[in-house]
Design a protein around this ligand. Sequence first.
Ligand SMILES: Cc1ncc(COP(=O)(O)O)c(C=O)c1O
Length: 386
Amino acid sequence: MREIDIPFGQPILDVEEIEAVKKVLEGPILAHGPVCAEFENAFSGFTESKFAISVASGTAALHLCLYASNIGPGDEVIVPAMSHVATAHAVEYCGAKPVFADVDPKSGNISPESISNSITERTKAIMVVHFLGLPCEMDAINRIASSIGALVFEDAALALGAKYGNKISGNLATAGCFSFYPIKHVTSIEGGMVTTNDERLARSIQQRKAFGYDHNHQTRVKPGIYDVPVLGYNYRMNEVEAAVGLCQLSKLKDRLKVRMDNYTALKSALASLDEITVFEPRQGKSTSSCYCLNAVLTPDSSINRDNIVQELTAQGIGTSVHYPGPIPMMSYYKEKYDYLPGQFPIAEWLSNKTISLPVAPHVPKGFEHRIATAIKKAIYNARKSL
Ligand SMILES: Cc1ncc(COP(=O)(O)O)c(C=O)c1O
């Protein structure tokens, strides 16, 4: 078996990142320092948001948004059934209840209709997830939310640089949450960011990401002296992470274009395969940031996904699955809330019938033909053995 030479994801770190990290490590400040502030400024510029607050991870960003909005026991937050568990975990951390809504088969996104069907008198917020980078239908979702006085948060972990009309993700609702895990659009090794135009929310998140201090290191009147008026966490990003993230952000525009070009090339290479459909990267007002390409086996397809994945692996091509199960079918949620198979049919279908394929800038020229050839071979062999 050949080695994987086209991995599903791979961080691209240049000499610039290494020099920036060296500079931080040779200096006196490793935490809550000027590089984090610089990264935050650059990020708020990129997302056209008034505030950007650096945090330790995408999950910390989600948790802080809900916690700083005083969401807690007795409250409900509507989340899509199809996402990373972090989206629902953030709600659980607050002692609130995640209410799962099924997703749209053409995008994997939570739909305005399924949100409407999930509203109760306890609904305090809606956590939308821009699935694999394609923004949700935010006009309709924001309208529904304002009609019931609920907040809307964007889980934009895979949607950095995605557009909705002429607005950018992270600036489409109350606040946006980003992840800088190694294979995301921008990495800071681990890390995350919250963006918002709401000053009160921004101040509350800034305080709660650092133990609940009333004064940070820069604003203390006497060194070492502070009070703690609220419960806070240690969710800060460090200076090394910020240095990496800042270098990465400066390359994002070019890399987003490469992702879209790769997506388009792979989509046309797969176009002749009847067994596979591919999500459109532009739908309505939404333009995807093309985290990866989801090859979706048609519902009536008799082809086994594992056969295709095996052939791709044999040809040196890495794949992934987004996501391995609807969140409510994960044991923790299933047992806690008594969910049953069949309650979220589209999310179940996506988690069983899709293969996530690489389109990030690490893929070599001609990658699309290698992927299409491997998939064709797997389908041919599977048909032969029927
Ligand atoms: C949609 C979504 N939200 C949140 C997260 C969690 O981000 P992090 O790993 O930075 O905590 C992920 C991770 O991949 C994700 O896919």
